[in-house]
Design a protein around this ligand. Structure first.
Ligand SMILES: C[S@@+](CC[C@H](N)C(=O)[O-])C[C@H]1O[C@@H](n2cnc3c(N)ncnc32)[C@H](O)[C@@H]1O
Length: 214
């Protein structure tokens, strides 16, 4: 958490009430997994929902479903005929995510794939993507970016989560752990890639927003 608890509490009191199925999903994730912290927070969820509504995408690709909280937030902005493909490696989470996809109004629009995104993405017969959310294993962020960039629509958005990595990137670079090194290389890569305009938003653990120009 990079912003103070006080700021976080205040912000949390000042957005629209969390949708019922999102509340239930968050509680079930907390009860049935030991990894509820992997989910985005309700506050970050509202930002993803708003970005998605602004983009109003026809096709969203999410890498790293977990129990589906971010999936359902992103789905809120889909066009009527829009589609969201989400990929998750760990089959244990699918029971929970599928349950809540069905409870939501978006079940027909969500295609939930189980397996390694690195292997699945090259074989997807995708039309151009409007919005991508990268939120899986940090060491492969650069690989995911390389896999999706040529499939993006001009004006599309690539979001990448945890790009401030618990504040560890502010340490001396010699003391970086493995993941900090990967994320730092990724952030540098995004800042230098001429096909995008990139900005890091200091929300929760850092979210980067890359606007695709090509
Ligand atoms: C941080 S969690 C995703 C959280 C989710 N976006 C949310 O907000 O609820 C990262 C997920 O990526 C999955 N993952 C890791 N490596 C993966 C890969 N190569 N392919 C697909 N999923 C992967 C993990 O199993 C984990 O569930």
């Amino acid at each position: 958490m990079l912003i103070t608890l006080k700021i976080d509490n205040y912000i949390n009191k000042n957005f629209k009430k969390e949708l019922k199925y999102l509340v239930l999903l968050r509680h079930e994730t907390l009860l049935k997994t030991h990894y509820s912290k992997m989910s985005i927070t309700p506050y970050e969820g509202r930002l993803l929902s708003l970005i998605s509504k602004l983009v109003n995408p026809k096709l969203i690709l999410e890498i790293g479903t977990f129990t589906g909280y971010s999936t359902l937030c992103l789905a809120e902005g889909l066009k009527k005929e829009g589609k969201l493909i989400t990929i998750e490696k760990n089959k244990n989470w699918k029971i929970i995510s599928d349950k809540y996809f069905h409870l939501s109004p978006f079940s027909k629009k969500i295609s939930s794939l189980q397996g390694d995104a690195l292997k699945i993405i090259p074989n997807l017969n995708l039309k151009k993507i409007d919005l991508v959310f990268i939120d899986a294993d940090k060491k492969n962020y650069s690989n995911y970016f390389d896999l999706v960039i040529s499939k993006m629509n001009s004006g599309g958005i690539i979001l990448s989560d945890n790009v401030l990595w618990h504040g560890k990137l502010f340490n001396n670079i010699e003391n970086y752990d493995k993941i900090s090194k990967y994320i730092n290389i990724y952030n540098k890569k995004l800042s230098q890639d001429l096909r995008i305009e990139n900005i890091i938003i200091p929300i929760r653990d850092g979210l980067s927003l890359s606007f695709v120009k090509i």
